[in-house]
Write a protein that binds this ligand. Sequence first.
Ligand code: FAD
Length: 443
Amino acid sequence: MTTTVVVGGGTSGLAAGFTLERAGADYLVLEKRDFAGGRIYGTTRDGFTLDLGAQFFMSRYHATFEIMRKLGIYDELTKFTEPAGVGFVRDNGIYPAYLSHSYNMRHPLGVLKFSALSGKGKVEAARSVAKLFSQAKKLDFDDPEKAIDLDSLSFAEYMNKHSLDEVLEYIFQPFASFLTLGGPEEISAAYGLALLWYILPGMFTTKKGIGYLADSLAGNVPNLRLNTCVSRIVLEDKRVKGVEIENGKKKEFIECDNVICSTPAGQAAVLLPDLPASMTDVLAGIRYSACVHVMLATKRKYLGKLVAIAAPRRDGLCSPGFLDSANKHPSYAPPGAGIIHAFTYSDYAREMLDMDDAEVQARVTRDIQRVIPEFTDEPLFCEIFRWPQAVCLSSPGQIADVRRLKAGLREYRGLHLVGEYFGMPSVEAAIHTGVQAAERILE
Ligand SMILES: Cc1cc2nc3c(=O)[nH]c(=O)nc-3n(C[C@H](O)[C@H](O)[C@H](O)COP(=O)(O)OP(=O)(O)OC[C@H]3O[C@@H](n4cnc5c(N)ncnc54)[C@H](O)[C@@H]3O)c2cc1C
């Protein structure tokens, strides 16, 4: 009998497996796909490093940095090339803002000079940032309940209450959509503000791309079985009995004392039919954005020194902006070359999930050319990856729902649910909840 089965070998499942491995515990991680890492997924092609899922770590990712120390890869961590500018588009102009601690410390009133906004807009944006600082103590990716009073409002409602429509539409909407691939109405104020608080001091990657974290974790979790799809987590008398695996016509049952279920919430609802509907309904109701992620390698750079350009939704582009990975760190691309990422979002992404690759590439290229008219029609190559579930949206009310779910789970012996949706959705929350569940079992 295996003591602990971890269902899912994404970031949270691998973090749990790694913690159990280090403690010498008995465990098995089961992953349905032929690769581990889930939504942290990296690869290389023709001298370019491609981050197909998660793009960066933010400066307050404590659990992430701690696990990198334990893996011995902390030295690979690197800040985005300074000063990490993001250009905000307004009426055909591109106005840079900087996501860098050193830049913002040197220019604390930079927002008052931000010419994408009217005079009144600048003052209101500065007030929003000041208000953000006053809420900072509540904004914790690893402990979302601290911000429960900001959970029932959407980020858009909060910004409309405390700022101008202009500031929402030209700054906070593109920002929120870039990071969540949804709209500011779809995420809670707690999540939107936490994202802002976490990103302001800067962004990080590793010199080998974000995928290096998943590869390093997987390399240190020897009891990992790929191509193994769990079909049910079996509970009896409110305790874990084991997991069922279906492989074509073959069925297997693995008996165990503990299960750490690290799949996205909707899948967890299906895997756990023995839980009452009051709990599975919460899981099934957790919302995710979708994304058709398009990467275009180019002979030259098109964003200058900017790491990204963010466009407002009223411009009707299928991506909230474009990012050049070559400006994350020089190791991402051959000298002088660029690698543009377009993240299709909201309804655009859902419509494009079934489009063929040539159509997707043509649509995205057209949209890039609306912002950068000289952008090439002939990239060195184009990679497309589809994420039907991209980022958990932490919609209004989710923190309260997850709190109720957690309370219910305490009645079940040996059952642990982990993943981004238990924190403020991010790599950080995935790692934190995975490590926490493993530590609870070890106790
Ligand atoms: C395009 C994109 C950009 C992003 N950018 C960022 C970013 O810059 N920064 C950031 O912090 N976050 C970012 N994210 C979000 C981040 O990637 C996720 O929050 C995080 O990786 C989620 O980890 P997880 O372990 O909770 O879930 P997952 O990584 O989804 O892991 C779940 C695993 O369970 C497996 N599984 C599912 N069902 C079964 C089953 N029945 N049996 C066995 N295995 C199963 C899946 O195959 C998967 O490997 C981004 C995501 C996307 C898609």
